[in-house]
Design a protein around this ligand. Structure first.
Ligand code: SF4
Ligand code: SF4
Length: 354
């Protein structure tokens, strides 16, 4: 059936596939990592597709895009793709072009890696540049962390793959709920109400309906609203509806660290990330406390995990109690979500709590 053409959404992905992928669609038998940053996919027809994975700086200029497109023209008949983790993948059908491409990428200062037992680029949300509810920045903090972990991008010396994600608020439009290590910006104060302007800027019914915990009630006398502080979970949903309930608080907004999430079903089933560090200061431009914390967790896991064990699998084997003991991280009331079970174990907590 002919595809209707519309201006809604992206073009059909099949139109942009390299010929070798079109010809072998549904016939790929397996893939292997040839060396850090280089994959080969082998088809049942015998065809081989080589992928060279390069790290991008995530926020990129038009000049950077032009440069990588020129490389794609030179080495891969113009085909490349961006991964959801902001890596650039060059797709080659000619094996002899792999090393010259890598040499050219290195000349441009672009690293090749992020495959196998490595730390690939960090997936992150929008941060201060684009979104309106962030408690911290996204690309700035990720740059600071990745600068410190760079050697793990270009090598494969870790026990298993390590996926790190960042979301700048707990609505987390990133992947922090299921990452080996997650960096999560948190608000810690109730939104401040601008009673004077609220009726001019906002629809009160929409605003009250926006709160998932029913913390917001109309205040007809003031033509405004009240917020029940004890019900507020600092999600910032109300602020997305109404600029007169400001959630951002430069003094109190902070960063939390979560561990042990995964989406794969290998070895043990998928897991949500769980709270490890409830509070780190939001300290731009280089967030040294966050960088140290993430690096320490990576190194602790790398030193103690068995080959092939991801963060969740390692913690599952040694127990959460042992994880807190080994990491030296204090276990506090902020980690406890279920007060009934918490008397005997803190294994049940999946929720954020302040
Ligand atoms: Fe916006 Fe929150 Fe997503 Fe950050 S995580 S981009 S603040 S919705
Ligand atoms: Fe409700 Fe979230 Fe606003 Fe608090 S921050 S009042 S929980 S919508």
């Amino acid at each position: 059936m002919a595809q209707a053409r519309t201006d809604i959404g992206p073009p059909l992905y099949k139109e942009m596939l390299p010929p070798i992928i079109k010809e072998n669609y549904g016939k790929w038998r397996y893939h292997e990592i040839v060396k850090p940053g280089v994959l080969v996919h082998v088809s049942e027809t015998g065809a081989k597709l080589y992928t060279v994975r390069a790290g991008s700086p995530r926020l990129i200029s038009i000049y950077f895009i032009r440069e990588i497109c020129e490389l794609a023209d030179q080495y891969c008949d113009g085909f490349l793709r961006f991964t959801s983790r902001h890596n650039v993948e060059f797709l080659l059908s000619d094996e002899s072009k792999i090393d010259p491409l890598i040499t050219d990428l290195k000349k441009m200062g672009i690293p090749v890696g992020g495959t196998g037992n490595s730390i690939t680029n960090i997936v992150h949300t929008q941060g201060w540049v684009h979104c309106h509810t962030p408690a911290t920045d996204a690309s700035g903090i990720v740059k600071a962390v990745m600068d410190e972990l760079f050697e793990y991008f270009t090598t494969m010396k870790l026990p298993a793959k390590m996926r790190i994600a960042l979301a700048c608020c707990l609505n987390m439009c990133g992947a922090v709920h299921c990452s080996d290590i997650a960096i999560l910006g948190i608000h810690r104060t109730v939104p401040k109400i601008d009673h004077e302007n609220i009726s001019k800027l906002c629809e009160i019914p929409t605003l009250t309906a926006s709160c998932p915990t029913a913390a917001i009630r109309p205040n007809p006398k003031l033509k405004s609203v009240d917020i029940k502080a004890e019900r507020c979970m600092y999600c910032g949903n109300c602020y997305t509806m109404c600029p007169s309930v400001q959630i951002i608080d430069a003094k109190n907004d902070a960063v939390s660290i979560w561990v042990g999430g995964k989406i794969s079903n290998s070895r043990i089933g998928p897991r949500f990330s769980r709270l490890a560090i409830p509070f780190l200061p939001n300290n731009p431009p280089r967030w040294p406390e966050v960088v140290d914390a993430v690096k320490n967790l990576v190194e602790l896991w790398a030193a103690n995990a068995e080959p092939g064990e991801r963060m969740a699998e390692w913690i599952e084997r040694i127990s959460w109690e042992k994880f807190f003991e080994l990491s030296g991280l204090p276990f506090t009331d902020k980690h406890i979500d279920d007060f009934t079970l918490a008397q005997t174990t803190f294994r049940s907590t999946t929720q954020f709590k302040w």
